[in-house]
Design a protein around this ligand. Structure first.
Ligand code: PRX
Length: 708
């Protein structure tokens, strides 16, 4: 059996303060002068404009980037806390702002460049006037052929193709609330989201390329409809885009009277124009589902005016987007990053946004750099997982290509300083300003980042709060943890900001309980100062005001920058009839940050087997998608439990990570710990799957996982 390891200089009892003391402060890296010269935000007076004294009116600067049909009368309405409303009285249309006004001003300007995954397929440039035509025609389909009206919800389950923003913008044109589900999620996961949002229409695609293979995506639509039906939601119509003109990439039949090819419907609406519906600022623009601590996903409701203002403003100042830049965010539009920083932000500013269909390393680790060279990309945006992977498969690749990034982003997970430095020196060739943007699905846009021309970078730290956002760290008793104290705590945002979501679809109490109850100072107060937003992340603030995000403090596992709830994974495992109990835990992974391992115990009469492990894994694939697929499924005789019967996830997480399990004497069944450890760790040693030694922060995360 392998020995348990502990991080050096730490121990099972290491306090937050000790962790911080061991944390080496990184040196500042200044932004390149050439970047500073041309930056949208290069005058430090901007900090004064967005100081607390000017809150909330400072955000007029963001709202003024948009065209409003009617001006707002109240910048921030706090009358029903914490359901904040921004720019109340104002009316606008998001589709008009992202399409029409640019199509009028610069019709031939490229809006979207689509890069198919197969390198033998040419990229496709879509101008703003072309985008306008396509959005209008599809809006006509949705309104006149499908019968969708303002306020209806429609679920999209689409891959990374230009038809996805066309669909989103056509919905926005009509005030129809879109809910795009990540294309990699399973049909069942999509079905749960259809049911939760009450969608009667699903928009999907027949197939798409991933790692060189055409995927049968339409098959998931049939599963989704079945899953939705089981929750009482009927879907009347399924609209199917086709990846290749005139071909059908799926093996599933089109259901007569229910499934329609979009190209067929479009042919009835050639040249149609649809007047954009003028929407109140606080009307929902879209839902974006994310994982929480309970099994049911949360549909985050994002507003029209506040959200669009916020993503336009942050795209301008933090992404430094100018209209003539070529901007490439390699995230998936199925996540919030893609909504805000592939579609709505860049298009609101009238720039060119690149959409890449496939995986970053197809067919090899040089692909992103070839795309950048060919298209003249000068702003690049990706996640630490992608950076780690590209570094592993092709550390020398970037220098082979002649591209020039002025600006780069990392988002979604903490980035190790060493990985940051490779991104900076190799990918950015030392010539790009980097922003490490910390935020969440709920937030609409960035919360923590350096302002690239005005604040130096510090590897591994996201930087201070962004303009007009005032973060604070509280301890468990709501005492403020001062900057530079060396102590970690819960990062919160003291004030509302325009991109904040307006609630969880259909679950108002859960919204208040999850994000505001913990640090609310007075439930009757209508003063925003009494309602700090609880982000659910642990963090540490250095003396210079920069934050270092440590990771989730709840039962959420961040896999490759994507949030997965342990309960969701466990519920999926429990659909296997032989399984009695299930527990999902994170395992440190050098590429994906964290991966999932699942422990299950069986009902009486069943024996462990490889087949059963596979069955559990397959259930998770079906219920959620491959992204949640566990690295290992461990079938154990029993779970370590407290006397009240709660599964001690921290104990099994420690076992999976070869960390010290800490004190287990208070468990109801302490003897089980050694036998599980022996089984799991010796199997891992045999598979050559021993994780590297944990850092102190990782050790703390594992030690606390799942609470007491
Ligand atoms: O733990 C934080 C981590 O990702 C979580 C939010 O995940 P999601 O809602 O899927 O949105 C991801 C993209 C915005 C956060 O609670 N996270 C996000 N960005 C960073 C980060 N952790 C460290 N550094 C970041 N830059």
């Amino acid at each position: 059996m392998a020995e348990s390891k502990q991080p050096q200089g730490s121990g099972a009892q290491a306090s937050e303060a000790q962790i911080a003391v061991h944390w080496r402060e990184e040196e500042y890296v200044p932004p390149p002068p050439k970047f500073v010269e041309q930056a949208n935000a290069k005058d430090p007076a901007i900090f004064d404009r967005f100081s607390e004294e000017h809150f909330p009116d400072c955000f007029k600067e963001y709202a003024d980037l948009l065209v409003w049909d009617e001006p707002w009368h109240t910048t921030l309405d706090t009358s029903k806390p914490p359901f904040w409303k921004w720019f109340v009285g104002g009316k606008l249309n998001a589709s008009y702002n992202c399409v029409d006004r640019h199509a009028e001003a610069r019709p031939d300007k490229t809006a979207i460049i689509f890069v198919p995954e197969l390198e033998s397929d040419e990229h496709v440039a879509i101008s703003y006037s072309e985008l306008h035509r396509r959005v209008n025609e599809f809006a006509a389909v949705l309104r006149d052929s499908v019968g969708l009206k303002t306020g209806d919800r429609v679920t999209l389950h689409m891959p990374m193709v230009p038809e996805l923003p066309v669909t989103m913008l056509a919905c926005a044109r009509l005030g129809v609330i879109h809910s795009q589900v990540f294309g990699g999620f399973s049909g069942t996961a999509c079905g749960h989201r259809i049911a939760d949002s009450g969608s009667r229409v699903l928009i999907t695609m027949d197939g798409y390329y991933r790692s060189g293979q055409m995927q049968d995506h339409k098959a998931k639509a049939d599963e989704a409809l079945e899953a939705a039906r089981q929750e009482g939601q009927e879907v009347d119509k399924v609209l199917v885009w086709r990846r290749r003109d005139g071909q059908y990439a799926s093996k599933t039949p089109m259901a007569d009277g229910r499934d329609f090819f979009v190209d067929g419907l479009l042919s009835e609406h050639r040249g149609a124009t649809v007047e954009p519906v003028s929407m109140p600022s606080e009307a929902p623009l879209f839902l974006m589902y994310t994982s929480g601590t309970t099994g049911r996903p949360k549909g985050c409701v994002h507003s029209t005016g506040g959200y669009l203002s916020y993503v336009a403003g942050t795209s301008k100042y933090y992404q430094d987007i100018h209209p003539d830049d070529v901007y490439w965010c390699m995230a998936d539009i199925g996540w919030i990053t893609g909504h805000s920083y592939i579609v709505y932000g860049p298009l609101a500013l009238g720039t060119t946004t690149v959409i890449y269909e496939g995986v970053p390393n197809y067919p090899d680790g040089g692909r992103p750099w070839r795309v950048a060279e060919t298209l003249g990309v000068n702003i690049f945006h990706t996640s630490p997982t992608a950076i780690r992977m590209l570094r592993k498969v092709g550390p020398e690749e970037p220098k082979k290509y002649d591209y020039h990034f002025k600006h780069m982003t990392t988002v979604g997970e903490p980035i190790e300083p060493e990985v940051w430095r490779w991104y900076h020196s190799e990918v950015g060739k030392g010539k790009a300003a980097i922003v490490d943007t910390w935020w969440q699905t709920e937030n609409g846009g960035f919360l923590g980042s350096t302002l690239p021309a005005l604040q130096p970078m510090k590897p591994g730290s996201c930087g201070p709060g962004v303009l007009g956002v005032y973060p604070v760290i509280y301890d468990e008793d709501a005492n403020e943890v001062p900057a530079g104290s060396g102590n970690a705590g819960n990062i919160c945002i003291r004030n509302p900001w325009p991109g904040i979501f307006q609630g969880i679809w259909g679950q108002p109490d859960r919204f208040v309980a999850t994000y505001y109850r913990k640090y609310n100072k007075d439930p009757d107060s209508t003063d925003w100062h009494d309602w700090p937003y609880f982000a659910g992340d642990g963090a540490l603030q250095a003396a210079d005001g920069y934050f270092r995000i440590l990771g989730r403090v709840d039962d959420v596992i961040n896999v490759a920058g994507h949030r997965l709830g342990t309960k969701e994974i466990e519920s999926a495992a429990l659909t296997v009839p032989e399984v009695a109990e299930a527990a999902a835990v994170p395992v440190i992974d050098d590429i994906r940050g964290r991966v999932v391992e699942v422990y299950v115990s069986l009902k009486p009469g069943f024996e462990p087997s490889k087949a059963l492990e596979k069955k559990v894994s397959a259930a998770i694939d079906t219920q959620i998608g491959k992204i949640a697929r566990p690295k290992n499924v461990w079938i154990v005789p029993d779970m370590p439990k407290t006397r009240s019967g709660k599964i001690m996830r921290r104990v099994i997480a420690s076992i999976s990570n070869f960390a010290d399990v800490g004190d287990v004497t208070t468990l109801a069944n302490p003897e089980i710990v050694d036998s599980i450890r022996h089984y799991v760790q010796s199997s891992k040693v045999a598979r050559d799957d021993v994780p590297r030694e944990l850092t102190e922060a990782e050790f703390e995360e594992i030690k606390k996982f799942g609470g007491e």
